[in-house]
Design a protein around this ligand. Structure first.
Ligand code: PLP
Length: 451
């Protein structure tokens, strides 16, 4: 069965998708037994791939004991063990964990913890969270306020706080029209200007994805970017929140993307790869000094019912063990290099590829009509979705978005599970090659040029 008009479910659009039959490793099969390579890891979540026996064992084991207890009534062993392990492997000063059940909840919790911190210190005017454009931090109203991706925000703008945004380090389309390194990383310096404009006494924090996710397509900042950001945060006493919901748990070739620059954030939001799709799970990790101040100042009035339940944490622990014990972070780095090399080779053959981006197994292609000017394709050509459909027909799942704040431009994420092997990377590249051949032909056809 497919989800046709008889299907009572609804999602963002009317699009019809095949019914899944089973999933294992990096593969998914539909009910007609067609095989797909999951080169999007779902929504960049299934870091350890599908159908992992070790996770099934952990679920079965935990099920014999306890599925759910509520955190205000009982502590549970998996929750403590997972938190300890996360703290042991996270940046040095991050030593307190607060569980949630997803990425948006993690971002909401980070925003509220930052605000609560200043509130507890008697700095009640500090409430603004500066973020970047474009960006993606989640779909709940607080996380969406920090997000910059026009189609997701537009209908809800009257409901949203609109905190200040600074340009993302999107050098390919620099919002200042500058070129790196002559720009002197003006997009990072913009944080200081914005803090001054808003009044430092009003600013609580700055939130950013360390390596861009959906909205900016695996955007890697200039090497010195986060060093400058950290200095500015310290100078004005504001908290640096990293949204590692997509980049965490090995996705970019380090366990956490902050490690690429030895960056020490104040609060980190986590989810996705944390339970790799086997159970809803997320968390924030924070400096103890922040948590102590909040708890001593009256507590943290925030939380969600499912937070830190034994089954979610048992799954999270088994996933983290799988990532650490089987060197999946190193595999992500090595296979990421192989994938990026292959994408650069494809870019030589297909002028529709304007830029190849990424780190580890978080990679992206941005598509352009004219490589010399980086002019994007007209929206009517819908190149991102065309690529996705053509890839899907060829048994390859990729993840498209619009590059210019969701309004124009096309990119696609290619982010297979961290278990992907070298021959599987090569097969992903083969299927992409076929897809690009077909899409380039379609775009060059007179019918398309006339539009
Ligand atoms: N933050 C980032 C960087 C994300 O990529 C996402 C989801 O894609 C979220 C937050 C929101 O996570 P969720 O969809 O689990 O609420």
């Amino acid at each position: 069965m497919t989800n046709t008009t008889d299907n009572p479910l609804f999602y963002q659009t009317n699009s019809v998708t095949p019914m899944v039959s089973r999933a294992r490793g990096i593969y998914i099969w539909d009910d007609s037994d067609k095989e797909y390579i999951d080169a999007a890891s779902g929504a960049i979540i299934c870091n350890i791939g599908h159908g992992d026996e070790k996770i099934l064992e952990a679920v079965n084991e935990q099920a014999k004991s306890t599925f759910f207890t509520y955190r205000t009534q009982f502590e549970n062993r998996p929750a403590v063990d997972l938190a300890s392990k996360i703290v042991a492997h996270s940046p040095p000063l991050l030593d307190k964990v607060f569980y949630v059940s997803g990425g948006s909840e993690a971002v909401e919790s980070a925003i509220k913890l930052a605000r609560s911190y200043f509130y507890s210190r008697g700095e009640g005017s500090r409430h603004l969270l500066i973020s970047r454009a474009p960006s993606y931090h989640g779909s709940t109203l607080g996380a969406l306020s920090c997000t910059s991706y026009a189609p997701l925000e537009m209908p809800y703008r009257p409901l949203l706080k609109s905190p200040p945004k600074i340009p993302a380090p999107y050098c390919y389309r620099c919002q200042y029209g500058l070129t790196y390194p002559e720009c002197e990383v003006a997009c990072a310096m913009a944080l200081e200007t914005t803090i001054r404009e808003q009044g430092e006494e009003n600013v609580a924090g700055f939130i950013a994805e360390p390596i861009g996710g959906a909205s900016t397509g695996a955007l890697v900042p200039p090497e010195e970017y986060f060093g400058i950001i950290r200095e500015i945060c310290d100078k004005y006493g504001i908290l640096l929140i990293l949204d590692e919901v997509m980049t965490g748990f090995g996705r970019t070739g380090k366990l956490f993307a902050s490690e690429h620059w030895n960056l020490e954030p104040d609060i980190v939001a986590l989810s996705k790869g944390m339970a790799s799709g086997y159970y809803p799970l997320g968390a924030i990790i924070s400096r103890n000094s922040i948590v102590e101040s909040v708890l001593d100042g009256g507590g943290f009035p925030h939380g969600h019912t499912y937070a830190g339940n034994p089954m979610a944490c048992a799954v999270g622990l088994a996933v983290l063990n799988r990532i650490l014990d089987d060197q999946l972070v190193a595999n992500s780095a090595a296979m990421g290099t192989r994938l990026l090399d292959g994408l650069h080779r494809l870019a030589k053959d297909y002028p529709v590829i304007g830029q190849v981006r990424g780190r580890g197994l978080l990679t992206a292609l941005e598509f352009v009509e004219d490589r010399a000017t980086a002019a994007p394709f007209a929206n009517e050509k819908d190149v991102g979705n065309l690529m996705t459909r053509e890839a899907f027909q060829r048994g390859l799942i990729i993840y498209p978005r619009r590059s210019i704040n969701g309004i124009a431009g096309d990119h696609t994420l290619i982010a297979p599970p961290l278990i992907t092997t070298a021959p599987q990377i090569d097969e992903i590249l083969n299927r992409l090659d076929d897809t690009l051949k077909s899409v380039s032909r379609t775009l060059a056809s007179p019918a398309n040029n006339g539009r």
